[in-house]
Design a protein around this ligand. Sequence first.
Ligand SMILES: NC(=O)c1ccc[n+]([C@@H]2O[C@H](COP(=O)([O-])OP(=O)(O)OC[C@H]3O[C@@H](n4cnc5c(N)ncnc54)[C@H](O)[C@@H]3O)[C@@H](O)[C@H]2O)c1
Ligand SMILES: CC(C)[C@H](C(=O)O)[C@@H](O)C(=O)O
Ligand SMILES: [Mg+2]
Length: 370
Amino acid sequence: MKKRIAILPGDGIGKEVTRGAVEVLQAIGERFGHQFSFSYGKIGGGAVDEMGTPLPDETTRLCKDSDAVLLGAVGGPKWDQIPVHLRPERGLLKIRKELDLYANLRPTLYYSSLADASPLKKEVIEDVDLLMVRELTGGLYFGKPSERSTQDGRDVVVDTLFYQKEEMTRVIKLAFELAQNRGGKVTSVDKANVLESSRMWREVAEEVAKDFPEVTLEHMLVDNAAMQMVRNPKQFDVVVTENMFGDILSDEASVLTGSLGMLPSASISEKGPYLYEPIHGSAPDIEGQNIANPLATILSVAMMLRLSFGLEEEAQAVEASVNEVLNNGFRTKDIASPGKKLVSTTEMVEEVKATILDNEATQSIMSCYV
Ligand SMILES: NC(=O)c1ccc[n+]([C@@H]2O[C@H](COP(=O)([O-])OP(=O)(O)OC[C@H]3O[C@@H](n4cnc5c(N)ncnc54)[C@H](O)[C@@H]3O)[C@@H](O)[C@H]2O)c1
Ligand SMILES: CC(C)[C@H](C(=O)O)[C@@H](O)C(=O)O
Ligand SMILES: [Mg+2]
């Protein structure tokens, strides 16, 4: 199989983790006889510095002409003070909108070998298998107006939470389809006790649920959901929620696996191409030290193989290799624990590649979201 993949490394550790993930894709190509070609595009702070915009038109074109997109991360303190329309994060929001990536799938899985890396008790996190479905192109992130001004001599600011009903319907419907495939239930998270947008969200969830009689729907207020996520995460199966709630809850959910560096994501649209990225950011505090955990990005590549290319066996080879490497005790600093083998970013990538090429791993643990 021949596929064109756009690589957008971005800023900070985005460059380090995408480099590793590309090597893993090359190893998969080698083992299974596929030709993956990689074209690189600029996005984020580096793009602002070089081209004066966080998302150059040529990057958008490159993505639209590709079969799938892999993104690292954007942002960093260097760009914190620049005008808001030039912020690196704007580049990410814009490419999500340009590609109409309305749903962001963020699976959170329990890795038995990582139980010691989580601050939560093993009994609480054991066998967690949670799929967050986050609305990605609406809500507070995109509403207009979003601006500061002066009213009667006072500084004021407004951000707008805007949704069309259809934007809610399509992502909630997808969550139900995924839950049906998994034989699971849907927890719809909102703030319907306060927000009008959440009241509509809840109504839409009820309407969509009528077409999925075998899927149970429950509603949960977001503040309670944040607490339940760490108190009793096993109660969740598919969680569907609006853009900002999903952003916050998915970082929280990553603690269940042991680290933010473990959570992959797939952002999907009606037509494709889809975009894959770790859920973490550019991690300026560890940038350039070769200590970042590359597994979230490597697991994102597994999602790409499965969801964009239909290569299930190849996806499982990646996931099984990650599992095997963890079972063999290799740990980057964020998931380190006594008695385990502390490795750098590049060493972790080498371990995963070697396991793929030697066809050593058999036990895949991550086909939960399809
Ligand atoms: N998708 C994205 O591009 C994305 C996502 C989140 C944040 N950001 C941006 O990244 C910058 C930094 O944000 P932040 O510090 O709040 O969040 P962050 O996700 O970059 O980092 C949070 C913490 O987690 C650690 N961490 C993150 N990924 C890791 C990995 N792979 N391995 C080991 N440790 C890891 C970091 O070292 C840090 O201590 C900001 O500019 C923010 O806007 C971008
Ligand atoms: C950088 C930021 C715009 C982004 C988001 O909030 O969507 C990030 O936190 C993420 O989770 O991908
Ligand atoms: Mg986030």
